[in-house]
Design a protein. Structure first.
Length: 176
């Protein structure tokens, strides 16, 4: 088992403030419209739960599960759907909710997949935009927190399925 420790990066209070600001922007932008929010499992579960409770526009909620990462911190590069979106999205305004964007591969693939179902619009809301390893440009419409690098856990983000339940965001520091 790899040895590591967790270093606090973004407090629960700061996360809450960012989620609240994102919700205000979304409420303004979608005024008079209704939304289908699609959370990317498992990471976006906590972010989505907090975000939707601050939305005042009518919302329907669905989830998708995409497998791209293995058990650790390295990407496998391959993406497949293991749980698809079940709500009809043709002609609807769709907002994808993602925990963190790293290389960008997952979201670019999923965006293209959703577009084929002819929604009225698709936008992306990501809690964390991690810049250093971006390989492909992703049109991010709403971003809560920008970080340069580091492997983060907490507030839905995991390392080998652990630490999703932490209320704030921490960085995994591997011991040499
Ligand atoms: P991408 O396709 O490289 O952008 O990978 C995005 C996915 O990788 C995210 O939805 C996360 O599930 C996972 N991921 C990337 N970076 C981190 C991180 O720092 N902590 C936890 N999960 C991460
Ligand atoms: Mg994810």
């Amino acid at each position: 088992m790899e040895q590591y420790r967790l270093v606090p990066r973004i407090s629960a209070e700061e996360v809450e403030k960012q989620v609240s600001d994102l919700a205000s922007r979304i409420n303004r932008d979608y005024e008079g419209k209704s939304l289908v929010v699609v959370g990317v499992l498992n990471g976006a579960c906590i972010f989505l739960s907090d975000l939707v409770r601050r939305l005042s526009v009518p919302v329907e909620i669905d989830f998708v599960r995409l497998s791209s990462y293995g058990k650790g911190a390295e990407t496998s590069g391959k993406i497949k759907i293991t749980k698809d979106v079940e709500l009809p999205i043709e002609g609807r305004h769709v907002l994808i909710i993602e925990d963190i964007v790293d290389t960008g591969t997952t979201l670019v693939w999923f965006l293209d997949y959703l577009q084929q179902r002819q929604p009225e619009s698709v936008k992306i809301c990501a809690l964390v935009d991690k810049l250093e390893r971006r390989e492909i440009e992703v049109p991010l419409d709403y971003v809560g927190i920008r970080v340069d690098k580091g492997f983060l856990v907490g507030y839905g983000l995991d390392f080998a399925e652990k630490h999703r339940n932490l209320p704030g965001i921490h960085e995994v520091e591997f011991m040499k």
